[in-house]
Design a protein around this ligand. Structure first.
Ligand code: FPP
Length: 228
């Protein structure tokens, strides 16, 4: 029987290259990437995937030129709440992971409002990783535990102190645009995740690419350190 992963992680790479190929500014690639993101979420819903995490902005992306960073912050502040009918029509619950406290006020508020406005939706939980880094996530969880007086750090303690501990570990991570690395994404939860890498640039992705990921997932034999 075809197994549908409970949780897929997406590294949405290649927006800049997509735009460059079309002699457009990199920012146009991010806007096209947002359109692809919506198609991919619909694909996840069609296939019965219950959780998706999308890498939108890493702790390292602040190094990019200011106009690109500002554009992405503008997408968070202007587009997130504007898509509310889309989330509610499709049962999409939004969560964020990463330290959004240092985002520009309007972006932070839009994200918090969207999380609140979609908390009753239950078809799929979409976790947006924003100002997210896997190393920072682990350090933050450990620091939270220490500040509560917990003296023994275990994997369970770390996970319980994540931003959204109720989100189960990712089962497969898919990356677009040819690079074969994790780039500080879901370091802790990827311990036994499968990985799938595709050459297609992120803005060209749609619902069918989700089917491809699930087909690939079904070719893998998962042993979690045990025997098949
Ligand atoms: C990586 O491509 C992509 C990003 C750093 C940003 C991804 C963000 C989005 C798709 C928009 C999300 C928006 C909302 C509102 C959720 P790249 O720029 O590294 O591409 P390149 O490798 O070709 O340069």
């Amino acid at each position: 029987m075809r197994e549908v992963p409970l949780h897929i992680g997406f590294i949405m790479d290649g927006n800049g290259r997509w735009a460059k190929k079309r002699f457009m500014p990199r920012t146009a690639g991010h806007l096209a990437g947002l359109k692809a993101l919506k198609k991919v979420i619909l694909g996840c819903i069609d296939q019965g995937v219950r959780y998706a995490t999308l890498y939108c902005f890493s702790t390292e992306n602040w190094k990019r030129p200011a106009d690109e960073v500002n554009y992405l912050m503008g997408l968070f502040s202007e587009k997130i709440m504007g898509e509310l009918p889309f989330y509610n029509k499709n049962g999409i619950r939004l969560l964020t992971t990463g330290d959004i406290s240092i985002l520009p006020e309007d972006a932070r508020r839009a994200l918090q409002d969207a999380v609140r406005a979609t908390e009753g939706n239950d078809v799929i939980t979409v976790q947006l990783a924003i100002n997210y880094g896997g190393q920072a996530e682990i350090c933050q969880a450990v620091n939270r535990a220490l500040s509560e007086g917990i003296r023994e750090i275990t994997p369970e303690v770390i996970r319980a102190h994540f931003d959204n501990p109720e989100v189960p570990p990712v089962e497969i991570i898919a990356r677009s645009a040819g690079e074969k690395r994790l780039s500080n994404f879901l370091l802790f939860d990827s311990a036994y995740a499968e990985f799938a890498f595709y050459d297609k640039l992120w803005p060209d992705w749609d619902e069918n690419d989700v089917c491809g990921i699930i087909d690939e997932f079904n070719t893998r034999v998962r042993k979690f350190g045990g025997l098949a």
